[in-house]
Design a protein around this ligand. Structure first.
Ligand SMILES: O=C(O)CCC(=O)C(=O)O
Ligand SMILES: [Fe+2]
Length: 283
């Protein structure tokens, strides 16, 4: 069983807007993460919990493929518990040095022959201009990685570059200079990746049984992040149901998000020339 964690203190408005995460390293893990943009945690999920998650993911995938509708992962108890896993939340908190909310949870089983995912980064920002606030994706490989079906690729230290999410698509999943290939990870491993880290999934032949994959992402407080309506609704729903576990109110707090659909047109209209010249004077 996962241990319970203490709730974070309630945020005040001044906390929310004053907290800019420090880039000073406080311990090896944080230093490594800040330098390289990722941390690998081999075999992080205990075997028993991992088996429950795998069974749940099989069910989730079957419902999704049968109904052609992606179910709400937060309705599945083990996946919901994974998003709220106290040890992982503590780790994210220590890496961020600030409070945060969950952004989304995606889950899928990649069966043999599954296609790859081209190079990209997943940092949520409209438009992409800086990397001041932290966002992380926790990639869980329930069945591990063994060089079949799909390898995870990352370019260490690429998370500081400011680049549109799909700007790297022209490279497909070809090798990039300095890339690191994850093709050997124990079942239940996690890779914590700064969301701006360049990464890809390179399709590989062979394999059996499927590549069980869950990613959960978290956004640091102090700014507002884009989140599509669908996931805003899911988090709000989870928040409404939190009587069952009131200590998790903060993780489903959506006040740090905005629906990008409501801003895209406005952004397109004013995103001309150098945006800096359109900003009000600040000191
Ligand atoms: O399948 C993987 O290992 C990574 C997939 C990915 O890039 C993502 O879900 O954002
Ligand atoms: Fe990604």
């Amino acid at each position: 069983m996962l241990a319970q964690t203490a709730p974070l203190p309630a945020q005040t408005e001044s906390d929310t807007y004053a907290t800019v995460p420090t880039v000073v390293s406080a311990g090896d893990a944080r230093g490594d993460f800040e330098r390289d943009g990722y941390l690998a945690l081999p075999g992080a999920i205990p075997a028993e919990r991992n088996a429950v998650l795998r069974a749940e993911l099989d069910d989730y995938v079957q419902v999704w493929r049968t109904t052609k509708q992606r179910p709400n992962a937060l309705d599945y108890p083990a996946m919901r518990a994974l998003a709220l896993w106290p040890e992982m939340l503590d780790r994210v908190r220590s890496l961020f040095g600030t409070t945060f909310s969950m952004h989304h949870l995606h889950a899928d089983r990649h069966d043999p022959g599954c296609v790859g995912v081209h190079w990209h980064q997943d940092y949520e920002q409209l438009p992409q201009t800086n990397r001041v606030y932290p966002m992380v994706h926790v990639f869980y490989y329930l069945s591990g990685l063994d060089g079949t079906i799909g390898d995870l690729l990352v370019v260490p230290r690429s998370h500081r570059a400011v680049i549109e999410r799909n700007a790297l698509s022209l490279f497909g999943t070809n090798a990039l200079p300095g890339e690191k290939v994850f093709d050997h990870l124990a079942p239940g491993s996690a890779v914590l990746a700064h969301s701006a880290l360049w990464h890809a999934r390179r399709a590989k032949p062979g394999g059996s049984g499927g590549r069980y994959f869950i990613d959960v992402s978290y956004c640091g407080h102090g700014t507002r992040w884009p989140l599509n309506r669908d996931w805003l609704d899911r988090l709000n729903l989870a928040n409404e149901r939190r009587e069952a576990d009131p200590e998790h109110a903060w993780i489903f707090d959506t006040s740090c998000y905005f629906d990008p659909a409501l801003y895209r047109e406005r952004m397109t209209r004013c995103n001309i020339g150098s945006l800096a010249t359109l900003l009000p004077e600040t000191r």
